[in-house]
Design a protein around this ligand. Structure first.
Ligand code: ADP
Ligand code: ASP
Ligand code: MG
Length: 416
């Protein structure tokens, strides 16, 4: 008998039929003799709807109250899944993040998990129950309800799997696994049978939302192998684990696209020590996640600094940047949210020179202008205009030999 954590994302619990299908799969697993802990997301686009509701009521939205609101989405799903399980004759109990002792820091909206107690889950399992846990939430060291950031149910599942020493952590979603690119953008993408933690981490960091970044970090740090698979076809998917890629595997394993960032440029910045520190310390203090940074060479004692960050952080960042720009004597600030980031990820890159040059050539041949570049040992990212993102991804996918030769065939539910 094994302990299995199963996480079901928003599209997997989007309507009553989907919820009943999830319950059937949980019952199937339980009847094979396994203990099951289920982690659920909010139904379909429920979280987006709650955010829109908050936007329509308030400009201020204190973090504590927004988290109180957003955590209700997952509570709806957990109760409904338990009811569907009861209809199948299973004993099931739902728990909020707080009830299972998911302790986080106090950073509302993107809280980090500090500890998972899990006592109530252990007790309920020992009594023969299926446990259904609300994803994406915890309780802070100040005893306030917190959320873990968008896509945070993945993190809940991996953290619980680690804390409970689960035998498997299954991430059920609306595609059949981790692909060489987002199959909604590159229909010729191929499903990968396995991906190693380092690659998954770079893919998630580059903005592929198939797994959220914190969950990938958690899986690697605690060595929790993940099985990413479909709740629509139920076929075996992709294993994410510590296994190193073999020599025959391609140098590039995936092309990652991210249209969720915006670019800010601070213009006419005096070129002297301490300026970047002043700007980025102020942003860090409010937890804005700055991604790529480019500083131009100085011209007549001034320079321009550009950086990217999630569009969702733009509201917070804008006020800070404008204030710092004034304080340091910069001439202006500009914003551009019609940008996109395209990245190549592959563990084989470490030992293969020339990947960046080939990437830039492919983009040049497509007449796509590169605005920013950043690299790690196994990733190269470029910022380009958002309108060019899909064309860039498809041509890079073909040029690096990743095409499957056929379009993605499993059902792709409409996006929330
Ligand atoms: P869930 O609600 O199940 O958490 P998400 O929307 O967060 O689902 O993540 C699944 C989506 O991730 C897929 O529908 C797909 O469009 C997207 N995606 C992006 N990159 C990839 C990739 N490399 N492989 C598979 N899916 C990807
Ligand atoms: N419901 C949350 C979101 O939409 C968390 C999740 O689905 O993982 O971001
Ligand atoms: Mg997700």
């Amino acid at each position: 008998m094994a302990l299995i954590v199963q996480k079901y994302g928003g599209t997997s619990v989007a309507d009553p039929d989907r919820i009943r299908a999830v319950a059937e799969n949980v019952a199937f697993t339980k009847r094979r003799g396994h203990d099951v802990v289920v982690v659920v997301s909010a139904m379909g686009k429920a979280t987006d709807t709650l955010i829109a509701l908050a936007n329509s009521v308030s400009k201020t939205q204190p973090g504590r109250e927004l988290d109180m609101l957003l955590t209700t989405g997952e509570r709806v799903s957990m109760a409904l899944v338990c009811m569907a399980l009861a209809d199948l004759g299973l004993e099931a109990m739902s728990f909020t993040g707080s009830q299972v002792g998911i302790i986080t820091d106090t950073n509302h909206g993107k809280a980090k998990i500090l500890e998972v107690k899990g006592d109530r889950v252990r007790e309920a399992l020992a009594a023969g129950n299926v446990c259904v846990v609300a994803g994406f939430q915890g309780v802070s060291t100040d005893k306030e309800i917190t959320t873990l950031g968008r896509g945070g149910s993945d993190t809940t599942a991996v953290a619980l799997a680690a804390a409970l020493s689960a035998d498997a952590c299954e991430i059920y979603t609306d595609v059949t696994g981790v692909f060489t690119a987002d199959p909604r953008i590159v229909p010729q993408a191929r499903r990968l049978a396995k991906v190693n933690f380092d690659e998954m981490l770079e893919m998630a960091g580059a903005g592929s939302k198939v797994l959220n970044l914190r969950s990938a970090e958690f899986a690697r740090n605690h060595n929790v192998p993940l099985h990413v698979r479909s709740s629509f076809t139920w076929e075996p998917g992709t294993w994410v684990s510590a296994e190193e890629p073999s020599m025959e595997e391609p140098i590039i394993s995936s092309v990652v696209t991210d249209a969720g960032e915006a670019k800010v440029s601070v213009l006419g910045v005096p070129d002297r020590p301490g300026i970047s520190a002043a700007l980025f310390e102020a942003l860090a203090a409010t937890n804005v996640n700055v991604d790529m940074i480019v500083q131009n060479t100085s011209n007549a004692g001034t320079t321009d600094i550009s950086f990217t960050m999630p569009k969702a952080d733009m509201g917070t960042a804008q006020k800070i940047v404008e204030q710092v720009a004034k304080d340091i004597g910069a001439t202006g600030v500009s914003h551009d949210d019609s940008i996109a980031k395209v990245s190549l990820v592959g563990a084989g890159m470490k030992t293969s020179p020339g990947i960046a040059a080939k990437m830039f050539r492919v983009l040049a041949d497509e007449e796509i202008n590169i605005e920013m570049i950043s690299t790690s040992t196994i990733r190269i990212s470029v910022v380009i205009a958002a309108v060019d993102m899909e064309r860039a991804a498809r041509s890079l996918h073909t040029a690096f030999g990743l095409d499957s030769g056929q379009a993605y065939s499993a059902p792709l539910p409409e996006r929330h």
